[in-house]
Every structure is written in structure tokens, then in C-alpha cells.
Design a protein around this ligand. Structure first.
Ligand SMILES: [Zn+2]
Length: 54
């Protein structure tokens, strides 16, 4: 069963019919983009903490 629902994609901020495969994103591309942005923020926070500790 492949149920589809309308949600706001966190990647592109559009209301889209979400495929459960990529939930809560509209596509594989948006899923990748959001993950990369989150990963970059993690790196940035770590850098700031290291500088503060020095
Ligand atoms: Zn999207």
C-alpha cells in the first residue's frame, strides 16, 4: 500500500503530495538538501565550541 498525503515539504516549503518513500519530503532531492544543511549546521556549532574552549 502506497498512501499519499498532502504536507508542507521541509526542503522546498511547498505543499505537495508526499510519497511515503520520502516522507516528510516531497522528493529524494529535498531529503538530501535538508540533510546536508543540517550536517553543515552541526559542523558550524562544533567549530564555535572549539574556538570558545581554546
Ligand atoms: Zn520539497
Amino acid at each position: 500500500m502506497n498512501k499519499k498525503i498532502n504536507l508542507t515539504c521541509p526542503g522546498c516549503k511547498k505543499i505537495v503530495e508526499i510519497d511515503s518513500k520520502f516522507k516528510p519530503f516531497c522528493s529524494k532531492a529535498c531529503k538530501s538538501i535538508d540533510f546536508l544543511r543540517w550536517a553543515n549546521e552541526e559542523v558550524a556549532i562544533e567549530t564555535v565550541e572549539n574556538q570558545d574552549d581554546d
